[in-house]
Design a protein around this ligand. Structure first.
Ligand SMILES: O=P(O)(O)OC[C@H]1O[C@H](OP(=O)(O)OP(=O)(O)O)[C@H](O)[C@@H]1O
Ligand SMILES: Nc1ncnc2[nH]cnc12
Length: 179
């Protein structure tokens, strides 16, 4: 019997991780299935078919898994946006707000050339703070954002509105209401 599971059906929910009250949307169950992983990569790329993309930027950590596969599929370079202190070369940094407190992300200052067309990928869009900080880094280097591509959108947390207000295209394969 053929398997007709959707991308959303491959995603596992872990209740109360990492804190009580959080419904953690775990994409490792999607990544570990060959059909699910291939379907996710193909669907993430679909809205951008035919568009010029010079580099893919992945947001730490699960965005690296997706971004590597997408860059390979497009035969373009991959650039990581990492949490503070992880990249070895000269970096530029951006602060962003988490649900509780602050964090910092960084990019190598020579990773993107002015005018390059950039696709930003991550597994999940919540408040949009991480993606917005990544976008600011790319734009400071002169990169032009083609769009953003996520597997999961948590619409109650407002990330899509935040990015769209910045003029950024947001694509997501599925949504979980009630965050
Ligand atoms: O839209 P936001 O509110 O910024 O949240 C989304 C981010 O949160 C998760 O990563 P997390 O910060 O847990 O880091 P990790 O992937 O390194 O575990 C997720 O993978 C996104 O990167
Ligand atoms: N509910 C959630 N599941 C997985 N990653 C997240 N990042 C922020 N909120 C999340």
């Amino acid at each position: 019997m053929p398997n007709h599971k959707t991308v959303k059906e491959y995603i596992r929910t872990i209740v109360d991780f990492p804190h009580e009250g959080i419904m953690f949307r775990d994409v490792t169950t999607l990544f570990s299935d060959p059909r699910g992983f291939r379907m996710a990569i193909d669907q993430m790329l679909h809205p951008f078919a035919g568009m010029q993309i010079d580099k893919v930027v992945g947001l730490e950590a699960r965005g690296f898994i997706l971004g590597g596969a997408i860059a390979h599929q497009l035969t373009v370079g991959f650039v990581p946006v990492r949490k503070k202190g992880k990249l070895p070369g000269p970096v530029i940094s951006e602060d962003y707000t988490l649900e509780y407190g602050e964090a910092v992300v960084e990019i190598h200052d020579d990773a993107i050339e002015a005018g390059e067309k950039i696709l930003v990928v991550d597994d999940l869009l919540a408040t949009g703070g991480t993606a917005a900080a990544g976008i600011r880094l790319i734009e400071r280097l002169g990169g032009e954002i083609v769009g953003t591509s996520f597997i999961v959108d948590l619409p109650d947390l407002g990330g899509r509105e935040k990015l769209e207000k910045m003029g950024i295209e947001v694509e997501a394969l599925c949504a979980f209401e009630g965050s």
